[in-house]
Write a new protein. Structure first.
Lengths: 237, 237
DNA sequence: ATATATTGTAAGAAACATGTAACAAAGATT
DNA sequence: AATCTTTGTTACATGTTTCTTACAATATAT
């Protein structure tokens, strides 16, 4: 990622040439349009990410062209204006443009803004994706505890952190998702780590011990994590 | 504020009665539904803030009901599960629920959770309001910092610039957009730069180090950017 | 009661992840 | 082209986490 389909709408052929050269050097694909017909034509045929729209187009109106773009496309629209007119800016943003840049501009400046825009787009997409692929509840509430899965931490009901390590947290999480059910060492092992489980492996036991210590759970009379001899462990609630 | 419209979905009439009594004593308005039809009916007619959804409903499926709620409402969803619920249901919790609570639960506990949720809601609404009447999402305000997204710079509450580089700012921005959430190095990498992430890549660590230095955040006892071993980094607010 | 199996845990070793200095590379600015 | 800024790489020190081993404690079966 990092490259975009860009459409520049301007009647100034020299400027169009400069913009095209520069942005293509940056790796983008650049289309140009000098009037409304060309604009609509390209929007139809290509998937445009960013439109650079000049406000002053002979025999037409840049602002109304922006509305036309908005109807057809989700593209990010930069207004390119010959004068720094706050009213144009306000109206432009009103009809659906996203940013405003004043002529004459440094190509470097334009490029920087395009980059920032692309990144913002990308970020939005990724955050949205991360949220939907989110695995279920972000918190698990038990009578005396709260497991916060976005913080990877266990808290008591007063909100105090129990300072579990990530590995401890994951083991407890597995138990908490199936409270009052005995889970075998093998099952717990397969959830929390890779590799093959060996019957004499005590790693789970040790880890349970550490969790108990942090939860203040006496192993001889556990209130939270119970041992079921010959089977495994169970979180009771 | 502090009261909410709560909808409890459960087929156990006794439990429904207890919940309703208790929460109404607390000042909330409580609706009850015993099946999908009642649920949809109430969602249609009322603006529900919080739904308590039993995982097991006779002749229906609590999980799919949650998806249905999500389609119609922005409500915060608590999954309520009994200890005898089938394991596959629990493992399959990949829908958009927000909290998970196991029966039997103390009403006091449930009430505390609801209060915490309301507080968060309220806060969210207020920040959203502040943003629109201010200057859009161009600034991210945290307890000790302000991130100005149009200037790509971090300021303290006194307005002093922290002189972050653009790259440093972008990384911090990504963390700030998901406060109190651990983000993996891979995720941070994919947001802030192009190309493929390699597991042994330390670029993110280094940059975090530089940001911490500029924020004056002691890595051994960080107040702002916390390291979660084996997972990633988290901005705490 | 005795033998056997299972679990708890201390202590040390090993594995692992992180912070960071110092240098190199890349990029921007002049 | 020369300089400055920013970012990435390598290498190493440090501290944390996890595992192994060994043995004691406990439960179960005979």
């Amino acid at each position: 990622m990092g490259i975009a389909n860009i459409l520049s709408v301007d009647d100034d052929e020299n400027l169009q040439f400069v913009i095209k050269e520069y942005l293509e050097d940056e790796g983008h694909t650049v289309f140009t349009a000098a009037n409304r017909n060309e604009l609509l034509d390209i929007l139809e045929k290509e998937t445009i990410d960013i439109v650079l729209q000049d406000l002053v187009i002979p025999n037409d109106d840049g602002l109304s062209m922006i509305s036309a773009i908005r109807e057809k496309s989700e593209a990010f629209i930069f207004i390119v204006s010959g004068k720094d007119d706050p009213l144009d800016k306000i109206i432009g943003l009103e009809v659906g443009a996203d940013d405003y840049i004043t002529k004459p501009f440094e190509m470097r400046e334009l490029n920087a803004r395009i980059k920032a825009t692309m990144r913002r787009f990308k970020q939005q997409k990724e955050t949205a994706a991360a949220e939907t692929e989110d695995e279920g509840p972000s918190k698990i509430t038990l009578p005396h505890w709260v497991l916060d899965r976005s913080r990877f931490q266990l808290f008591d009901t007063a909100g105090k952190s129990m300072n579990l390590t990530t590995g401890e947290f994951q083991l407890l999480e597995a138990l908490a998702l199936a409270p009052n059910r005995v889970l075998s060492r093998e099952h717990l092992f397969s959830i929390t780590r890779d590799g093959k489980f060996d019957v004499y492996d005590r790693a789970i036991d040790i880890q349970i011990g550490r969790i108990r210590k942090k939860m203040n759970d006496d192993p001889n009379d556990p209130q939270h994590i119970k041992t079921v001899r010959g089977v495994g462990y169970m979180l009771v609630v």
